[in-house]
Design a binder for this molecule. Sequence first.
Ligand SMILES: Nc1ncnc2c1ncn2[C@@H]1O[C@H](COP(=O)(O)OP(=O)(O)O)[C@@H](O)[C@H]1O
Ligand SMILES: [Mg+2]
Length: 319
Amino acid sequence: MTNALLTVENLSVRFPVKRRWGQTSWLYAVDDVSFEIKRGETLAIVGESGSGKTTAALGVARLVGNSGGFVNLDGEDFLALEGGALRRARAKVQVIFQDPYSSLNPRLRAEAIVREPMDSLGTLPRAERPDRVAELFKQVGLRPEQMKLFPHQFSGGQRQRIGIARALSTNPELIICDEAVSALDVAVQAQILNLLRRLQRDLGLTYLFISHDLGVVQHMSDHIAVMYMGKIVEYADRLSLFNDPRHPYTKALLSAVPSVDKKRKVERMLIPGDPPDPLNPPSGCRFASRCPLVEDACLAAQPPLKAVNGSHRAACIKA
Ligand SMILES: Nc1ncnc2c1ncn2[C@@H]1O[C@H](COP(=O)(O)OP(=O)(O)O)[C@@H](O)[C@H]1O
Ligand SMILES: [Mg+2]
């Protein structure tokens, strides 16, 4: 009984890391993460650098090995698909990365970059692809003559428009934006966010929107999941998360957002220290070493993500 486009259950992704003496340890970059996104909605994932956001995105999109768990995309068991069924499902999920410069092949003209997913997934008869490319250029606000240019001939914002056009080329249901506006200055960020919102409305897209910046996320989310060291530590709808954050980590992240700060008059609270070594995570709460509210019980066991108010969930015994 759900109209979720994407359901992720117990997703874990681990990387083998070589240690001294030839030993291998496993780094759990994503550790038992579950969420769902309803059709046409946006779930934002926020957290500091290294919290596992990109790896979660890659796990959902099946672009990384060593993942476990369950990903249901549009009614199909995505991680189990093979052959033609997998190719058809792949067309439904596209990723836009942070740095369009390094993710766009510098030797290809813009039109070839935008056409590439259609070529590799065969989503449209070859003869129809040029028209589709022209239509996509228009849709993202690029001019027809720009189709012949190379990536270095575009500004950062325009390059991200190429990345968006490429992502749209297979008519996806789900678009994963991984820090898609983080490399852009504020004015250009706003333009790209507006474009993404307009496309969502016009095309009924569903977004998994990843950012380290809660200031960006407040303009771009229905629900928000906060990640810390591979785990979701808080999950809520946008207003609840901004108005009633429960996890000390979320509160600290929020207090670092200038615009939110002014409105809410919260005291600026910087997070002291660094996260623990991800190869050797603590057995209790992973945030305990940096938490202003820490007490003995926090060190004893990992607090589960549990409901604090309706669908609002937090992994903190003091929430
Ligand atoms: N290919 C990899 N091999 C080993 N460790 C990795 C790899 N990619 C990411 N990691 C580690 O996984 C953790 C999460 O990284 P990442 O998903 O990139 O976080 P974020 O996107 O939130 O900055 C980090 O500790 C990072 O060092
Ligand atoms: Mg990342």
